[in-house]
Design a protein around this ligand. Structure first.
Ligand code: CDP
Ligand code: CDP
Length: 213
């Protein structure tokens, strides 16, 4: 069963692209960022600190499917917390098997799996048939996230979004375990000047050429 790995920094458009490809190609989709976000959300709810590595490892070990649907999962504070717990080696270890099983045995009826995150092509699915690394300038990505927040009716200040995004990128790129980077065999797609439709078309064509899917 084919596996497609999509990695990239904050608001590069990897989730939007992965979701659209999953639907078009009948692939099961896993947003792996939601696992790290769920761990952070559980910790913040208790009033604890995502830096508490023993607690974070325990929460990751006992994470349930319902935790992935928590109300605050998309909040930026949870995103920041996610990038803190994601630097914890024990947390990553606890979440790895679930991700690999999903890729190997996608839920019924699907022709394969598509996973998005930071380390799918490098660590979770190094043998993936297709690896895409989605990028865009920090300014473009911050504007996308800013617009999304405003569309959701939330308050947002562009400069603050940009600052948070740079902080999270930096933490994700510089951690020791599974840092954010493109796999050597990944195709890099700079979407700075592409809308979501264009990015989908380019990715779709590449998959057609490589996988005849
Ligand atoms: O998953 P990730 O954080 O990488 O980004 P996303 O949540 O999929 O996308 C962030 C926003 O950028 C969404 O509102 C998309 O509509 C928009 N967008 C995109 O996904 N792809 C582009 N090439 C341009 C914009
Ligand atoms: O959608 P957005 O780009 O804002 O973030 P996300 O994909 O939901 O991921 C939240 C955080 O989880 C990231 O900043 C990473 O620190 C971490 N993460 C990771 O380390 N490895 C993954 N495979 C996915 C997410």
């Amino acid at each position: 069963m084919p596996v497609i790995a999509i990695d990239g920094p904050v608001a590069s458009g990897k989730g939007t692209l992965a979701r659209r490809l999953a639907e078009a190609l009948n692939l099961a989709y896993l947003d792996t960022g939601s696992l790290y976000r769920a761990v952070a959300s559980c910790i913040l709810e208790r009033g604890s600190d995502p830096d508490d590595s023993i607690l974070a490892a325990k929460v990751a070990d006992t994470l349930t499917a319902e935790d992935l649907d928590r109300d605050d999962i998309r909040d930026e504070i949870v995103g920041q917390g996610a990038s803190i717990v994601a630097a914890n080696q024990e947390v990553r270890k606890a979440l790895l098997e679930f991700q690999r099983n999903f890729a190997k045995t996608p839920p019924d009826g699907h022709l394969g799996a598509i996973l998005d995150g930071r380390d799918i092509g490098t660590v979770v699915c190094p043998d993936a048939e297709i690896k895409l690394f989605i990028s865009a300038t920090p300014e473009v990505r911050a504007l996308r996230r800013h617009k999304e927040l405003l569309e959701r009716g939330e308050e947002s200040i562009y400069a603050r979004v940009l600052e948070d995004l740079r902080e999270r990128d930096q933490r994700d790129r510089n951690r020791d375990t599974a840092p954010l980077r493109a796999a050597e065999d990944a195709v890099i797609l700079d979407t700075s000047d592409m809308d979501a439709d264009k990015a989908f078309k380019v990715a779709r064509q590449l998959i057609k050429e490589r996988l005849s899917l």
